[in-house]
Design a protein around this ligand. Structure first.
Ligand SMILES: Cc1cc2nc3c(=O)[nH]c(=O)nc-3n(C[C@H](O)[C@H](O)[C@H](O)COP(=O)(O)O)c2cc1C
Length: 473
């Protein structure tokens, strides 16, 4: 639990770093920088997606925190971001010189302080403050004092209309903060993200941004125990772990700014089902985990709408198919009023598709085919559950599941998958098709200038045709 994580004094932080590089543990400085830089890049990638906030400026100081920033720039490049580095007082020794060579070999731009725009928010989505770490005291000298002022300005004024605000990520100790006291005069940087290295320093107690991460997944137990670090476990293979409570967020501030290329009438396929297929394939290619998840809305004879998520089972020239229980609320409402509305939202692509039309049952044969595509456990689950009825506890489901699993396991043949009995499709499990009359394709754009192109099925001289109209966003 993060509440147990120890916050380190300056003296402890120095001792731990010396031990890590001492004879009993044996790390070298460039190894530590590599771990730290990778942790910083991993933490940034956890929160800020490269297609939304790809333009990153790394401000690197002359010491080891600057080295961590140089390593992070390299990893961010390989993660698909566009890093730029500002490294005004470069250190003329290894490992810093080697790190610079590595960045130059990747054509990562180095900007002088003079090259930087006055308002950093015009050109960067993220600014990484890897200027100074815990060992710097007193007033900052030129040009770092000026850089920090720009960061403070950015955080106070950087919300240009129509732009998403630029975020600041500080490494270990936000530059200008006291390592133990933090943000003494209230005038310094207030970063959105802090990446603490090894363990948070005492100043991190004053951090009030949204994301606090810990990096440095290599500390041996001897050090963790000696300093009672109580390090949290790192998830999976990750090089970073989120600590601290996420700060409360104003729901109204959760707005993203869309940046897509224009979606014009001449980009459309002539048929909306073909257009849907094109967008669906884009969603698959973009690696969205479940682009087939959709919300279906129905309303019974009382006219009160209800919505739920479903999985699209099939798309054919006639429409959108899903499978469900015929005794569920949606099925009852469809039997009373055979109209429905489906919506898909593919966040990473800033796309929405709305479909409206009539709903019909598909044939038993097709329903059987769809039932067979369910994993065996899902087939048993469909038999077990009297969907949308009130039940008195989970046990009811587990008992029924166990009974049916035993019934269809065929005793000793259980070990052999192919010998198990086929689970019959229950009568109450059917597929439905929504035949579209309206399909709207919505592409998010900057400043709410979204594209909305709608296909409407119209009858012209007895023939049914798709008409395309553009709707105001
Ligand atoms: C991602 C997701 C996919 C779902 N897929 C289906 C599905 O394909 N069929 C289904 O009957 N329920 C599915 N459900 C459950 C439904 O949302 C819903 O709880 C259930 O169908 C009962 O809805 P009703 O009472 O409105 O009829 C899914 C739920 C989620 C969150």
């Amino acid at each position: 639990m993060d509440s147990a994580v120890r916050y380190l004094s300056e003296k402890e932080a120095i001792e731990i770093e010396e031990m890590l590089m001492g004879p009993s543990v044996g790390f070298s400085l460039d190894q530590l920088m590599e771990f730290f830089g990778l942790s910083i890049a991993a933490a940034i990638a956890e929160i800020y997606k490269s297609n939304e906030r790809g333009r990153i400026l790394l401000l690197c100081g002359p010491g080891s925190n600057g080295g961590n920033g140089l390593v992070a720039a390299r990893h961010l490049h390989h993660f698909g971001y566009k890093p730029n580095v500002c490294y005004p007082k470069s250190t003329p020794q290894t490992p810093h010189t080697a790190l610079v060579t590595q960045l130059v070999s990747l054509s990562i731009p180095f900007l002088s302080v003079e090259d930087l725009p006055l308002d950093l928010s015009n050109e960067f989505d993220i600014v990484v403050d890897a200027v100074f770490g815990y060992s710097v005291h007193g007033l900052l000298t030129s040009p770092f004092d000026d850089l920090i002022k720009r960061l403070v300005y950015l955080l106070n004024n950087g919300q240009t209309a129509g732009h998403q605000s630029t975020v600041v990520v500080s490494v270990d100790v936000p530059s200008g903060w006291h390592v133990e006291e933090g943000h003494i005069d209230g005038q310094g940087i207030k970063p959105d993200m802090l990446v603490s290295l090894i363990a948070p320093k005492l100043c991190a107690k004053k951090f009030s941004g949204s994301h606090h991460f810990l990096g440095g997944r290599f500390v041996p137990p001897s050090i963790a125990e000696k300093y009672m670090l109580h390090l949290p476990s790192y998830p999976g293979t990750s090089m970073c772990v989120q600590i601290g409570k996420p700060s409360p967020v104003e729901i109204s501030s959760l707005q993203k700014s869309f940046t897509s290329s224009e979606f014009l009438e001449n980009h459309l396929e002539a048929n909306p089902i073909d257009q849907f297929r094109t967008w669906f394939n884009d969603a698959l290619a973009a690696g969205l985990p479940q682009p087939n998840v959709m919300a279906l809305s129905t309303a019974g004879k009382d006219g009160k709408p209800s919505s739920r998520m479903l999985l699209l089972k099939e798309l054919d020239s006639e429409g959108f198919v899903w499978s469900t229980n015929t005794e569920s609320r949606k099925a009852r409402e469809i039997s009373e009023n055979p109209y429905g509305s489906i919506i898909f939202y593919w966040d990473n692509l800033s796309r929405q598709v709305r479909v409206e039309g009539t709903v019909e049952n598909v044939s038993d044969e097709e329903s059987e085919k769809h039932f067979r595509t369910r994993p065996r456990a899902g087939q048993i689950g469909a038999l077990v559950s009297k969907q949308s009825t009130i039940i008195c506890g989970r046990d009811v489901l587990h008992q029924e599941y166990a009974k049916l699993e035993a019934k269809f396991s065929d005793g000793l043949k259980r070990m052999l998958w192919d010998c198990r009995s086929l689970i019959p499709k229950p009568k109450h499990w059917l597929s439905y098709r929504l035949k579209p009359e309206i399909i709207e394709f919505w592409q998010g754009q900057q400043s709410r200038m979204h594209d909305r192109l709608q296909f409407r099925l119209s009858e012209i001289d007895g023939a049914r045709e798709w008409k395309i109209v553009r709707l105001a966003p």
